[in-house]
Design a protein around this ligand. Structure first.
Ligand SMILES: *Cc1c(COP(=O)(O)O)cnc(C)c1O
Length: 811
């Protein structure tokens, strides 16, 4: 697809006229944005239709990625990049005196996710289309995505995210592809020709209407589909009640139905007992699977062969009801017997585990579940019965204890992780350490029973968004230096390692980092009125606010540094700017207090003239994909300081290293894989090791109060937080102090403090040796290719899904 400028301009002017009713002179940025969106949809329409035709004609195995979250961000520029027309579009707009960046400014982030899990799904969409996998997304079209965060008086305040306030130019509503999803009611069992028949009655019907967004592959004419479902009231029901004059009943029905896809749960972890969340989960899988089966039927194959033509992947356990839902359809609607349906289901479905934190493991109360999903409950119950019997008859004869530990239903709860493992053919972790912990600890019993199901797929990020889009100058520099083969084969970026100690190349990489920092500093000045020096080290901690991610460790270090500077304003350190960004779940009280603490400390430090601008602290509001794209290319230091064993993988860590930041990290999640890629000399590691953490938890010998008593630095800092030093009301931060002392510091913040201080001293020393620092930075960029999600998707395709790759650029 190649276009020339004149042609592109003509089509843009035409779109402005026909769709927006304006000339280029009259057009607002919003007009231009919509006209460009329409134009892009025209440009890809043939490829989209053709891709789908090819899938059916060639009977290609289709992959469906089910996820409750898709954190897509903005699509305009990434679509232009993947179509290969970003520069052309930019030049055309320039000729009209319009900047593409300004146009992008009016696009709303598609923020239908909380953090890493949702962003992973979005990166996978881009990689599947770009490397040529017939793979589609299946999710929920929430009317409101993750809340908008504002900081008022130092506190997080949540506002609704009105991302659908104006038309979404990328989606197509497919009314004719709507399906019905049923909740509640009763199940009547009848015998028919010696077979049991299950008849679902008195249920409440919900219409699931799909909205399709094209997912455009990188310069390969492949266009896959992200299908998001919206809940609507059935028209007939409405009408029946209206004609009887029962407005309130019709109204109530409409409201309860529309509530299902109203808003994303703003929680990183599982929120127990929320019926609406269970409804959302079943709504997604029922709509998704019905629509998959309808597409499959175009192939005219017996349903027994479904697993040869379809792979369904579930992103964490949230869509695990795909297992009983597929069983239901295969048995109740397609007439298969249990054994055949079970074979097809388990061969079709695969599962990714994202966490070992017990509070994030989904468990549903049997009574709630049974009432909402009576037929699905019967199937889950039967899966459980058969699984427990199998355990009894094979490995665990007579071992009631083991069987109840492994059961899917126990203590009146349904354990979604157990259901996902038993009902799928593959269970993967998301980084080497995480998968090892699953195998030898968290899911050890299941690994012993099904060793062949377990495998690792280290996460990745799409370098098209996180490098080419976010860092265009560095992209151009690298392409000038080594050609552009790395774009389609990301590990080829290794070739820049030849220039790692070339002073001229180092200088150019450094200059681009400086430009990115100046841009961020301008934004900070503009939006927050804070002066930050682009020559200071930009040290960034950006991710969800969570105790295990240990923003608190960084804050304590900042206070320590501040205390040293107050004593000696001429302290020989390179000036540093600490930048935080991240949202806390609205009900996560401690996390919200950590935000307040960061802002309180920032206020104090930023206004202290004595320390001569050697230290600044900034908290950026409303962390999301678009902010991340601006922030990450400007970072010198990447803070990846989670309590070892707690961060399954992390993907923020990969984005930062790809953009040349040096990582300060614990040996947790994919930090280990990053260390292995860049070697110990090009990353700064600190903190407790996996074995030490596990041993401390096991033995219970850790005593945080001892550290408080013995380490003067820590005592001073905690007393400052607890006392008058920060000028806050009494007890403002007592929950933080209590978590560290009274509750014995469950995340080892104090335990790792000394090691972290040393790591930060090392960072300061390294930065002062600019040759060394710049070399490290180039090594990080050059070693980042394996963290492209193209590599990850390639591994899923060959190791789990068994699909074919078109236009594969790996061979
Ligand atoms: C990458 C990303 C995350 C995940 O960050 P982690 O450091 O892995 O927790 C969260 N939110 C956004 C907006 C991201 O882009």
């Amino acid at each position: 697809m190649k276009y020339n400028k004149e042609d592109f301009k003509k089509r843009l002017l035409q779109k402005l006229k026909s769709e927006r009713g304006v000339t280029i002179e009259e057009a607002s940025l919003l007009d231009i944005y919509y006209a460009l969106g329409d134009l892009i949809r025209d440009l890809i329409s043939d490829s989209w239709v053709e891709t789908n035709r090819r899938y059916i004609e060639e009977e290609e195995k289709q992959v469906y990625y089910f996820s409750m979250e898709f954190l897509m961000g903005k699509l305009l520029i990434s679509n232009l990049i993947n179509l290969g027309i970003k520069d052309l579009c930019e030049e055309c707009l320039d000729d009209f005196g319009i900047s593409l960046e300004d146009v992008e400014g009016v696009e709303k982030d598609q923020g239908l996710g909380n953090g890493g899990l949702g962003r992973l799904a979005a990166c996978f969409m881009d990689s599947m289309a770009s490397i040529g996998v017939p793979g589609h997304g299946c999710g929920i079209r929430y009317n409101y995505g993750l809340f908008e965060q504002r900081i008022i008086d130092g506190y997080q305040v949540e506002f609704p995210d009105k991302w659908l306030q104006y038309d979404n130019v990328w989606e197509l509503r497919k009314e004719n592809k709507a399906v019905e999803v049923k909740f509640g009611g009763d199940v009547r069992v009848e015998g028919e020709n010696g077979k049991l028949k299950f008849i679902h009655e008195n249920y409440e019907s919900v219409l699931a209407v799909p909205y399709d967004t094209p997912i455009i592959g990188y310069e390969n004419k492949q266009v896959n589909t992200l299908r998001l479902w919206s809940a609507e009231a059935l028209k007939e029901f409405d009408f029946a009640n209206f004609s009887k004059g029962d407005y309130s009943k019709a109204f109530e029905y409409k409201n309860t139905v529309e509530a299902i896809t109203h808003v994303l749960y703003p929680n990183d972890a599982f929120e127990a007992g929320k019926i609406l969340r269970l409804k959302q989960e079943y709504f997604l899988v029922s709509a998704g699977i019905q629509s998959i089966l309808r597409t499959f039927k175009h192939l005219n194959k017996p349903v027994e062969y479904l697993d040869d033509y379809v792979a369904i992947h579930i992103n964490d356990t949230h869509p695990a009801l795909a297992i009983p839902e597929l069983m239901r359809i295969l048995m109740d609607e397609e007439g298969l017997g249990w054994d055949e349906a079970w074979r097809v289901t388990t061969n079709t479905i695969s599962y990714t585990n994202h966490t070992i934190m017990s509070e994030a493991m989904e468990k549903w109360d049997v009574n709630i579940f049974k009432k909402l999903l009576p037929r699905i409950y019967m199937i889950v119950d039967e899966i459980n019965e058969r699984f427990c019997k199998e355990l009894w008859n094979t490995k665990y004869y007579g071992d009631f204890q083991k069987i109840s530990e492994m059961a899917i239903i126990a203590h009146n709860q349904i354990r979604m992780a157990h259901l996902a493992i038993v009902g799928s053919h593959s269970v993967n972790g998301v980084a080497k350490l995480h998968t090892e912990i699953l195998k030898k600890q968290e899911l050890k019993d299941f690994f012993d029973y099904y060793p062949y199901k377990f495998n690792n797929k280290t996460n990745g990020i799409t370098h098209r968004r996180w490098f080419i889009k976010a860092n265009p100058k560095l992209t151009n520099l690298i392409t000038e230096k080594i050609g552009d083969s790395w774009i389609k084969s990301p590990t080829n970026i290794r070739e820049i390692l030849r220039y790692k100690d070339d002073p001229a190349f180092q200088e150019e990489v450094y200059k681009i980092k400086q430009e990115n920092k100046v841009r961020l500093a301008d934004m900070i000045k503009n939006d927050y009125g804070i002066d930050v020096d682009p020559n200071s080290i930009f040290d960034v901690h950006a991710k969800r606010i969570h105790e295990y991610k240990r923003q608190l460790l960084v804050v304590l270090y900042i206070m320590h540094l501040y205390n040293r500077l107050r004593k000696n304003p001429n302290l020989d350190i390179h000036p540093r700017t600490f930048i935080f960004a991240g949202k806390a779940a609205p009900a996560y009280y401690t996390a919200k207090k950590i935000i307040k603490l960061i802002n309180t400390v920032a206020e104090k430090i930023n206004n202290d003239k004595r320390i001569k601008d050697k230290l600044k602290v900034v908290f950026l509001e409303n962390y999301g994909v678009s902010l991340a794209e601006k922030l990450i290319p400007a970072a010198n230091v990447s803070e990846q300081v989670s309590t070892t064993t707690k961060e399954a993988s992390g993907t923020g860590n990969m984005k930062f290293m790809m953009n040349g930041a040096i990582t300060v990290a614990t040996l947790d999640g994919a930090n280990i894989d990053i260390r292995n890629a860049v070697s110990d000399n090009n990353i700064v590691i600190f903190g407790l090791k996996e074995k030490e953490v596990i041993e401390l938890y096991r033995s219970g010998t850790y005593n945080s109060c001892e550290i408080y008593k013995n380490d003067k630095r820590i005592k001073t800092i905690l007393d400052q937080i607890n006392g008058k030093f920060l000028n806050v009301k009494d007890g403002e931060f007592s929950i933080i102090i209590d978590s560290l002392l009274k509750h014995n510091d469950q995340f080892f913040v104090l335990k790792d403090f000394d090691s972290y201080v040393k790591a930060q001293q090392k960072v300061d020393k390294l930065y002062k040796d600019q040759n060394r620092w710049r070399e490290m930075s180039i090594i990080n960029i050059g070693c980042s290719g394996i963290f492209s999600s193209d590599r990850t998707i390639h591994e899923y395709v060959t190791g789990i899904w068994g699909a074919n790759i078109y236009h594969g650029y790996y061979e």
